[in-house]
Ligand binder design. Structure first.
Ligand SMILES: *Cc1c(COP(=O)(O)O)cnc(C)c1O
Length: 380
């Protein structure tokens, strides 16, 4: 089945018992056991819940993985994956991974002696040079947030396989509609499903997909032991959101193409980060490994523009955290998503104060252009 159909019919399609076309919300914590030592496949909803299971099967199908797991947030999903490692282990991470991922490694897992090495994962030699006997995984995001660096998933997975270590990809920005890391050799895929998979800015959730039975057994043990599971109603919302993933991503792709061209041609803007541009250093890899460029664009306003005024002048585009919703969302990385990174490091990596991140929604592109134009005029 093609992915446009799979988003609607993958996983568990409807309800056999009643014919309902949607999986019911099994709002229950426990299950009646018909007789001693017997159950109908469920005992307690932390361990397993039919609505959550439908979602878990769906994401496993979409990512071409062995099994899926649903968590109460992207960070709970990432925490569960990092719990696979032991004291003394180290993980290579991309040099601009999601701030929360860096924070949980630096402030929590570090306490348990699980370390990290920050590497420019766009540079394969750098990765190879940093793999020593303590390194057990390479953790990448591609494109990165907010600077849209592209890492070659297939090449990294190959290096990892040769060394007998895991590749983990946070696929939040692309979704399986645009990019399927497991088909490129990755072992574990993570999502903040809060973003494009949910797609409506109404549910916080995380998903993990693994590529084999051994990892599935370990991940289920961690999920059940640590307990950060997604609630039945939120699982239902996510299944509902995923049904329109293909049409939404097509529109995100189309709109961001139009808007990136517009931004590139404006005098008020110095630089636009968008992997769809042919002169983007990762463009060819992006074309090879993904079906589109996604909906996130970052850009640097020039010195004549008051960025605070620009953000406050927007009328249609929502100024706020998060991304991947049907509505366009805009944020200021230096003071919001990346505020925890020290000023000097931010300057060095390019997260300057004039940098803006735009998550292009699925509105009519001309309305978005009109809003950007009036806000730029207001803020000179
Ligand atoms: C938002 C995000 C996360 C964290 O997910 P939550 O659902 O907010 O916990 C992780 N990775 C990426 C790339 C994100 O954008």
């Amino acid at each position: 089945m093609k992915i446009e159909s799979l988003v609607i019919h993958g996983g568990i399609d409807g309800d056999d018992k009643t014919g309902a076309v949607n999986v019911p919300v099994y709002q229950t914590s426990t299950y009646k056991q018909p007789s001693f030592g017997e159950n109908k496949g469920y005992e307690y909803s932390r361990t397993g819940n039919p609505t959550r299971e439908a979602l878990e099967k769906l994401i496993a199908d979409l990512e071409h993985g062995y099994a899926g797991f649903a968590f109460a947030s992207g960070m709970a999903a990432i925490t569960a994956v990092l719990s696979l490692f032991k004291a003394g282990n180290k993980i290579i991470i991309s040099n601009n991974v999601y701030g929360g991922t860096f924070r949980v490694l630096d402030k929590i897992f570090n306490n348990f002696d699980i370390g990290y090495k920050i590497v420019d994962t766009t540079n394969l030699e750098d990765i190879k040079n940093n793999i020593d006997e303590d390194v057990k995984a390479i953790y990448i995001e591609t494109p990165t947030n907010p600077l849209m660096d592209i890492t070659d998933i297939e090449a990294v997975s190959k290096i990892a396989k040769e060394k007998g270590i895991f590749t983990i990809v946070d696929n939040t920005f692309m979704t399986p509609y645009l990019q399927k890391p497991i088909t490129l050799g990755t072992d574990i895929v993570i999502h903040s499903a809060t973003k494009y998979l949910g797609g409506h800015s109404d549910v916080v959730s995380g998903l993990v997909v693994v590529n084999n039975e051994e990892l599935a057994t370990k991940l289920h043990f961690i999920q059940n032991s640590t307990g950060g599971v997604l609630a039945p109603f939120d699982s239902f919302l996510l299944i509902r959101g995923i049904k329109t993933l293909a049409v939404r991503m097509d529109r995100h792709n189309e709109n961001s193409k139009v808007i990136s061209e517009y931004l590139k041609n404006r005098d008020e803007i110095d630089k636009v980060y968008y992997p769809g541009f042919e002169d983007h250093p990762g463009h060819e890899i992006q074309v090879k490994q993904a079906k589109g460029y996604g909906g996130v664009i970052s850009f640097v306003l020039n010195d004549k523009v008051d960025y605070k005024k620009f953000l406050s002048s927007l009328k249609l585009i929502t100024f706020g955290e998060s991304l991947g919703g049907v509505e366009s969302l805009i944020c200021h990385p230096a003071s919001m998503t990346h505020a925890a990174i020290p000023y000097e490091i931010r300057q060095k990596v390019g997260i300057v104060d004039n940098l803006i991140r735009l998550s292009v929604g699925i509105e009519n592109a001309s309305d978005l252009l009109e809003d950007l134009t009036q806000a730029l005029k207001e803020s000179i």
